[in-house]
Write a protein that binds this ligand. Sequence first.
Ligand SMILES: Cc1cc2nc3c(=O)[nH]c(=O)nc-3n(C[C@H](O)[C@H](O)[C@H](O)COP(=O)(O)OP(=O)(O)OC[C@H]3O[C@@H](n4cnc5c(N)ncnc54)[C@H](O)[C@@H]3O)c2cc1C
Length: 296
Amino acid sequence: MSGGFARPRTVEEAVEALADEDALPIAGGVAVALLTNLGLVSGRRLVALGGIPGLRGVVRGADGATLELGAATPHARLAEDRTLIDELPVAAGMFGHIGNVRVRNWGTVGGNLALAEPAQDPPVLLSALGAEVVIERSGGSRQLPVAELGDGPMSTVLEPGELITRVVVPVLAADERSAYLKFLPVTADDYATVSAAVRLRVDGAGDDAVITQARIVCGAVGPVPVDCTVAAELLVGRAIGDEERYAGVADAVATAVSPKSDHRGDAGYKREMAGVMVRRAVDRALASGTVSGGAR
Ligand SMILES: Cc1cc2nc3c(=O)[nH]c(=O)nc-3n(C[C@H](O)[C@H](O)[C@H](O)COP(=O)(O)OP(=O)(O)OC[C@H]3O[C@@H](n4cnc5c(N)ncnc54)[C@H](O)[C@@H]3O)c2cc1C
């Protein structure tokens, strides 16, 4: 059993420390503490990410079209970040509605994505927005879409020794709209029973405006966030004022998702609610630009 604790001050030092096969990154520690208490993590050399300035905060990408979120930035700090609020309020709003105050103050975006719990919020919205993670390891780095990071419940394609350093999120163009909603029938700080994120491109104004691109991702209704491509394609070409704009969408969502029955609801109920939440999210996005929040 190796154990121990490392406090790197730079990304390079962290990557070096993580090259040890017993090493495990710890960011907010929200999940690591729970897993340790359950006996599922033991004998690991913990590499603390909280003291690395380069892993915290929000900066504008060099291309001007993206924002880069430091992987060890707590959800609460992202929710209050002025740049994120101004440029991508849908994301700031989503981070501000994660769990409870304690979870938001300690939990980080990188820890959240690496944990890959199927009912979490950031993987769903960040997938819909086309965000990517930057991953560093000893001797190299790679970048991959958030949508490709999770490969099952509590499982990712991250290799041992790899560290998520940044999340690169495209900002919305002037003709794009986005919304994220989660259904919380139990308590306001619960994990989502069903969640839906949409990103739309709209051409024109008023009721005649037409949806020209759509992406729909649902959460908590499959082992990983579910990309509802068929449902999204049904929206493309529809005018905002078209009363038939949702024809077939709920059925297509219900076909795409694969929820499990649990204490939050049975599978059939969640399947139906996924279609309802998608419709509400599209309505919200079209009505008010970029919004995020809970729904009860
Ligand atoms: C009661 C409760 C309610 C919650 N509710 C919600 C909710 O409603 N919505 C939601 O989205 N989430 C929710 N969460 C999860 C929470 O948001 C945290 O994000 C999550 O627990 C992990 O974040 P962390 O920074 O504490 O990660 P840690 O516990 O530090 O790490 C988690 C895992 O990720 C790895 N890791 C951490 N950082 C990195 C990195 N940069 N690169 C690679 N691997 C890394 C660790 O090794 C570990 O395996 C909830 C958690 C709890 C306990």
